[in-house]
Write a protein that binds this ligand. Sequence first.
Ligand code: NDP
Length: 327
Amino acid sequence: MFKAILIEKDEQGQRAALKDIDDAQLPEGNVTVKVACSTLNYKDGLAITGKSPVVRKFPMVPGIDLAGTVEASTHPDWRPGDAVVLNGWGVGETHWGGLAERARLNGDWLVPLPAAFTPAQAMAIGTAGYTAMLCVLALERHGVRPEHGEVVVTGAAGGVGSVAVALLAKLGYTVAAVTGRPAEAEYLKSLGAASVLARSDFNQPGKPLAKERWAGAVDTVGSHTLANVCAQAKYRGVVTACGLAGGMDLPASVAPFILRGVTLAGIDSVMCPRADRLLAWQRLATDLDLGKLDLITREISLAEAIPVAQQLLDGQVRGRVVVRVAA
Ligand code: NDP
């Protein structure tokens, strides 16, 4: 038996609860992992609360991330005792996930736990931090360099935003952090933000083209915020779009793209190819200050994940939450 958060659905709707589950109920897979830590991402919040139809099969163990140790494997790459990390691949949506003491997975989905990190640190990073790194890698790939000007990060006090601010600042970029929580200004400055701007300056309808401000952007919010960031991008600026915390729509015009040569780079962590994942984790190991990671993170128990999921969606969680699964 093992403990897990289980989401069940019936005529009354869906509910999440901490349950004892028989090993025989574990899904198909060629690697069994003893989970040390998991985490709560925005998507886990949506899954646990049922606010969006993230979960595609019931009953479901949520948790799109996990870090732990291989217990059993018939996959050629993994042996018992190997330390591994998993991010995405539909885990926690269509395949039982990381908010459990045990997981059974496809070995192709796993990457080695980088030597630089403990399982808890890897989950402090989690999909949010790995996505922040994918955004930074996209900015670099499109040629954005610190001397080109400021990089703006929206939803900055959230998980993706906090890690993006810390990474960009360490890499020498001048970072403008956009937040709806003015009380987090000092926190964002301690992560390396040079300036802190109000969410309300970004989340209202704006002009198709505005004064050129940003050499690059990491947008976690979408909707008017993303449209305004594109409208404010400098000539040949690069905007990475990874999130929808403010909405799924994009009420924008083509003006920034056809008149200023702005690039809108989409970022997906879920199906991201293995080589890019390995690069992202390698770069996190060298480019993320572990002191800053501590500042970003707090730890909770498996049982606490259910109420904290709601707080996350209510925008009350700062930075990242690690869920300690094994004692
Ligand atoms: P968090 O909840 O930790 O952070 C989201 C932040 O967005 C909040 O902290 C808040 O920042 C801001 N925000 C929340 N609601 C609104 C709103 N209505 N309008 C404007 N800003 C708002 O989530 P994550 O950092 O884990 O994820 C951020 C986004 O990125 C989510 O939409 C998530 O689904 C997406 N994502 C996408 C991935 C991909 O593969 N493309 C992978 C990981 C995440 P503040 O308080 O500073 O304003």
